[in-house]
Design a protein around this ligand. Structure first.
Ligand SMILES: [Zn+2]
Length: 324
């Protein structure tokens, strides 16, 4: 599994040469990995957008932390193919953690290096790559759906697939237990609903239910600062809409709702690959999705049972239409 767009063959081989030169002279990876094949998605890193963001230094090399807006920390996991981004949004009295990533390294320790305020945890949705470290937190809000409750019991299968060799770029954390790796269960301590507001002290976040990708998908709006956190409803890479829990009609309604907010938004922050996008993407997302559903975009085959629809720079990974 990977979120990355595959670069064209020409640029691939060029990148490969660059990477090879890099490996020879700068040795960015330990020797054993230099011999393993480098996955395609890994060759696209580091993504150029990160150059413009303020980097925050932390001690765990599994994560990279950036500060895309005042009091907002994007906690990025570049060594695993999901390239998941969790967000810590800090107020004067509390901080809200929006997702906990893969659970491969210790996110809670990273949080402690950024703030010592009490943490409220919300998930953009409860797929395994966003809830991995939930178990370490004590104040966890969940959507009131069976999907959420089911996922809160934990699981092993999805987690294990995430650590296959082609999913890893660089090295897993020291002491990581590959065999024992699973999404650990967590306890939902309170339910949250569409329209709820979380007052962090000097900063308020509003919950916008955006079901579609999953039944429990939410976005968060910081209206005063023009920040919209979109989870997996939008991020700048192929958007995954193929799983059985995905509801395309619900997704359509949700992205229209987000697009209506675009005039009030300055930055869109999604949950994979790159933490910043322009709000102009939101109406374009609606247009691209409409075009796909109207049959105006030719799909290209992807992995088994899936097709990729590309409309300019927006793409959707979806279930293959039934064969005739
Ligand atoms: Zn997801």
């Amino acid at each position: 599994m990977q979120r990355s767009n595959r670069p064209a063959a020409v640029s691939l081989s060029r990148l490969f040469l660059l990477r090879l030169l890099f490996s020879l002279f700068l040795l960015p990876f330990p020797a054993p990995l230099a011999q393993a094949p480098i996955p395609d998605w890994c060759r696209a890193l580091p993504r150029p957008e990160y150059k413009t963001l303020e980097r925050v230094s932390i001690s765990d090399p599994w994560f990279e932390v950036y500060k895309p807006a005042q009091g907002v920390f994007a906690i990025y996991e570049p060594h695993q193919a999901e390239e998941t981004i969790s967000y810590l949004i800090v107020g004067e009295k509390r901080a809200l953690l929006f997702d906990t990533g893969m659970g491969i390294s210790d996110l809670k320790k990273v949080i402690a290096q950024i703030t010592n305020l009490p943490i409220l945890l919300l998930n953009s949705h409860t797929h395994n790559d966003h809830v991995g470290d939930n178990w370490e937190f004590s104040s966890i809000y969940g959507m009131d759906t069976d999907f959420t409750r089911q996922n809160a019991r934990g699981s092993r299968l999805d987690a294990q697939a995430e650590i296959a060799p082609e999913q890893i770029c660089g090295v897993l954390p020291k002491g990581f237990d590959s065999k024992g790796y699973a999404t650990r269960p967590w306890k939902i301590t309170a339910y949250t609903h569409d329209g709820d507001r979380f007052d962090l002290g000097g900063r308020t976040l509003e919950v916008i239910a955006t079901p579609g990708h999953t039944p429990d998908a939410i976005s968060l709006l910081d209206r005063a600062n023009g920040l919209l956190f979109t989870g997996d409803t939008y991020y700048p890479a192929p958007i995954w809409l193929f799983r059985p829990e995905t509801d395309l009609d619900a997704y359509d309604a949700s992205i229209r709702r987000l697009a209506a907010l675009a005039p009030q938004v300055k930055v869109v922050m999604g949950a994979h690959n790159v933490p910043v996008a322009s709000p102009t993407i939101l109406p374009r997302l609606v247009a691209a999705f409409n075009a796909v559903r109207a049959g105006k975009v030719q799909p290209s085959p992807d992995s088994l049972g899936k097709v990729l629809y590309k409309a300019d720079d927006i793409s959707f990974l979806m279930r293959a239409p039934p064969a005739h």
